[in-house]
Design a protein around this ligand. Structure first.
Ligand code: ATP
Ligand code: MG
Length: 459
């Protein structure tokens, strides 16, 4: 794939600083035999007092640069030899096609300039042995050095995949004429229940960090009718799992004149669009982390079945899983259920007693609410939670009172119903969870640059 970053001619950078040769393009054969100037960082370096092999990396790839003393002269060769791992360099030379070189090309160096040196008494701490000990990026050492770990191949790949996932979410909703809309992060009330609320001192009062954009989106639903966001949500998750962060990226949508099935169609739509986009944009990156592209294609190309909660409970009971009707399905149950799924499945119609007041009661059977979770296969579990909202004033007051929730913090929410309520619904998708599932990561921390959990807010 040709990298075209269009920097030249835009006048946004000083011309003497513009970088216009990308290692990825050199490796794809665009500069064969040409004299080029490469800018990047040292990934590896080895050699003798006559010849140095420097593997240079930039954001698009790596290339081996061969620097010979007889070409560079004594002084410049000394510079080249002094460049340690992660030093930044400008390397000039000629691109040589060489079957034996990694990527099929190497640079025959004519000069090396060290731009940002790395000192001998402070070598780059992320060594190959630290990484292989980590086997996937889990040790405290790598988490402590996250700011440096970001430069390694696996993490770079994760960030590139993540960027495509975000892009796909925006394009899905914008192509369907949804309006991007923002809600505040400081809020007075809970969406997801009190146990995961983060309290913040606020000029002598207590407020909370938002758990979801939903309630504020519902207020704008009569204005915009179709709206979405991609924003952080905060939840004080005490138990540390492979699927929870305390600060995560939440893609949420709300749509007027829509029922549970309409909302599910968009949940399926956006997830399939993400899969399709990854296949178009990130095939190489996914292969580099051993992801099976056939799986992603299967998730892109097939419809997602819908099963009712009752049926899921029966399936679990038949497998001798300890579950009673009425309980929410936690991850241990989701994992058992999804182990045999070949594509994501929706679970619908949870018992009313398991869900908060804003879920609309099923008019056909009052024991249930019109909601859904989308469960990802391969044991990843819930990636979307959504449904139809309780939309009449009478019903919302009844549900709030039934739950024992105070009305006061939700008065603005109740007003949405008092003045021209209409059927509507929406969902929340955990973007980090989707990245984790589609990249096949072992832990949600692997797919976000600076993960936050109950123990860690640094670096
Ligand atoms: P779970 O039961 O798995 O903790 P939830 O039911 O509390 O999730 P929802 O309130 O339905 O989650 O939120 C919508 C989506 O946001 C979830 O389907 C999930 O993808 C994501 N999500 C929720 N909590 C977290 C978290 N702590 N870290 C990362 N993603 C989360
Ligand atoms: Mg949920």
């Amino acid at each position: 794939m040709k990298i075209d970053r269009g920097i030249e001619g835009r006048g946004t950078l000083r011309p003497d600083m513009a970088k216009d040769i990308w290692i990825g393009n050199v490796q794809s054969g665009m500069h064969d035999g040409a004299q080029v100037e490469l800018k990047g960082w040292v990934k590896r370096t080895r050699g003798s007092n006559r010849i140095r092999f420097i593997v240079l990396r930039d954001s698009t790839g790596t290339i081996q640069c061969v620097a010979k003393k007889e070409e560079l002269g004594d002084e410049n060769f000394e510079q080249a030899a002094s460049a340690l791992i992660e030093a930044s360099l400008i390397v000039k030379g000629t691109v040589n096609v060489d079957e034996r070189a990694p990527g099929g090309h190497e640079l025959v160096v004519s000069s090396v300039e060290v731009v940002g040196a790395v000192r001998e008494d402070a070598p780059f701490p992320i060594t190959e042995s630290a990484m292989s000990a980590a086997d996937g990026g889990e040790t405290e050492f790598l988490l402590d050095n996250r700011h440096l770990y970001l430069r390694t191949g696996r993490m770079t790949t994760m960030l590139q995949i993540r960027s495509s996932v975000f892009g796909a979410i925006h394009s899905y909703f914008r192509d369907l004429d949804f309006v991007e809309y923002q809600a505040p992060c400081f809020v007075a009330g809970a969406v997801e229940g009190g146990s995961t609320l983060f309290e913040v001192p606020y000029f002598g009062r207590k407020v909370y960090l938002t758990q979801s954009w939903q309630l504020y989106a519902e207020a704008a639903m009569p204005a915009l009718e179709r709206l979405y966001t991609v924003a952080p949500s905060f939840r004080a998750e005490k138990s540390r799992t492979r699927r929870h962060l305390t600060e995560f990226w939440h893609a949420e949508m709300e749509i007027a004149w829509a029922g549970n099935n309409d909302v599910m169609a968009h949940g399926e739509g956006v997830v399939r669009h993400i899969c399709k986009t990854l296949l178009e944009e990130r095939e190489e990156e996914l292969l580099s982390i051993d992801r099976d592209l056939d799986l992603i294609a299967r998730y892109a190309d097939n419809p997602y079945p819908r099963i009712r909660y009752d049926e899921a409970v029966e399936t679990l009971q038949a497998m001798n899983v300890d579950i009673e009707w009425g309980q929410d399905l936690d991850y241990s149950k989701e994992k058992v259920l999804t182990a045999d799924f070949d594509v994501p499945h929706f679970l619908t119609h949870y018992p009313k007693m398991a869900k908060p007041f804003y879920h609309r009661v099923d008019p056909d059977d009052e024991k249930y609410v019109l909601c859904h979770d989308l469960l990802a296969p391969e044991g990843y579990g819930e990636i979307i939670g959504g449904g139809e909202r309780t939309w009449s004033e009478k019903e919302i007051l009844q549900r709030i009172d039934e739950e024992g929730t105070p009305r006061e913090p939700y008065q603005f929410y109740i007003d949405t119903r008092t003045y021209g309520g209409v059927p509507h619904g929406g969902f929340g998708l955990g973007v980090d969870r989707v990245c984790s599932w589609l990249s096949g990561a072992d832990h949600i921390r692997e797919v976000i640059p600076f993960p936050r959990d109950s123990r860690r807010v640094t670096p």
